[in-house]
Design a protein around this ligand. Structure first.
Ligand code: COA
Ligand code: NAP
Length: 274
């Protein structure tokens, strides 16, 4: 289940229109389903139309709400412009934007090609900027709200993560710049930085089967439902004076001093199972 309706009023996001990149899988799918479960309607975008259509159908069936799939590569300005146009054509407005599309894999600098580093920056950082640029006038018109899905890997020098770390640091900078630029138009801009989240592509790529949560103070992985609940809170009126903030939802993971890497990774490449 993506989110329960037991915590928040089930119409807390009634008739709000969400555009979400990466909404066909993992964390962002759960974020989308939570918005729809609480009264919203959504457009999800990513590269794989089959995956999106299946997710949209399943979410619609699970919630009784409307979820539409539109193919778009966030690296391509024409694709994000088209996704925004399709959202307006279908729903007439955009209230919420989630920038969640991302790419990641473990690699040392030696093993990162020039194109590999650029690819991750292009998806996570430029992709977030592209989609927000395309949607920003509609968000101003609705006095809407943006959530950038970021990470905590750049708070410390997490091994094998310089490419997404640099990208997410840029995303966090954009959260602040947009909060300042769009705030006077009534738009709130925040980030959610998940820690290790169970049963996601991200955790399987970073920690694989060797995941261990000894360095997480709460002693376990997070769930997509926990990120979904943070999403409902940040979009709702309960967060009406919160902007420019990155909410870390990681069970305290990044604060621990003994942190040789992402859960399950090791610092010494000689002993790495990469
Ligand atoms: N280690 C090192 N380099 C890698 C790599 C890995 N595990 N995976 C891909 N690359 C390199 C490729 O070799 C290529 O570089 P090259 O042209 O110099 O050979 C470059 O990255 C781009 O790869 P490509 O497969 O062409 O990019 P893409 O745009 O099709 O896919 C990725 C983007 C690589 C990020 C892909 O993993 C992806 O689509 N990820 C989305 C899902 C995901 O990562 N989810 C977790 C989010 S936390
Ligand atoms: P995921 O399911 O793989 O989500 C990434 C999504 O991005 C996919 O749906 C993918 O769909 C889409 N995407 C990738 N490249 C794209 C592109 N060029 N254009 C449009 N869409 C693209 O992984 P996840 O683990 O749930 O991660 C979701 C978010 O949480 C990411 O921002 C990630 O950095 C962040 N995060 C995750 C964790 C974790 O533990 N999982 C921890 C910290 C932060 P297509 O392949 O169809 O394009």
């Amino acid at each position: 289940m993506a989110a329960t309706t037991d915590i928040f009023k089930n119409d807390i996001l009634k008739d709000k229109i969400l555009l979400c990149s990466g909404g066909g899988s993992g964390i962002c799918r759960a974020m989308t389903e939570a918005v729809v479960r609480h009264g919203g309607k959504a457009v999800i975008i990513s590269r794989s139309l089959d995956k999106l259509q299946k997710a949209a159908k399943e979410m619609s069936e699970a919630t009784g709400g409307e979820v539409i799939a539109v193919q778009a590569d966030v690296r391509k300005p024409e694709d994000v412009e088209n996704a925004v146009a399709k959202t307006i054509e279908k729903f007439g407005r955009i209230d919420y934007l989630i920038n969640g599309a991302a790419g990641n894999f473990l690699a040392t600098m030696k093993d990162l090609s020039y194109n590999a580093f650029r690819t991750v920056i292009e998806i996570d950082l430029l992709g977030s900027w592209n989609l927000t640029k395309a949607a920003s006038e509609y968000l101003k018109a609705s006095k809407g709200s943006i959530i950038n899905v970021t990470a905590t890997i750049h708070y410390t020098g997490t091994p094998y993560q310089q490419h997404p770390g640099a990208a997410k640091a840029g995303v966090d900078a954009l959260t602040k710049h947009w909060a300042v630029e769009l705030g006077p138009f009534g738009v709130r801009v925040n980030g959610i930085a998940p820690g290790p989240i169970a049963n996601t592509e991200g955790i399987s790529r970073l920690a694989g089967k060797s995941a261990s949560y000894e360095t997480v103070p709460l002693g376990r992985a997070g769930t997509v439902t926990e990120i979904a609940h943070s999403t409902v809170f940040l979009f709702s009126e309960a967060a009406s004076y919160i902007s420019g903030h990155v909410m870390v939802v990681d069970g305290g993971h990044w604060l621990t001093s003994f942190k040789p890497g992402y859960p399950g990774t090791v610092l010494n490449p000689q002993s790495s199972k990469m």
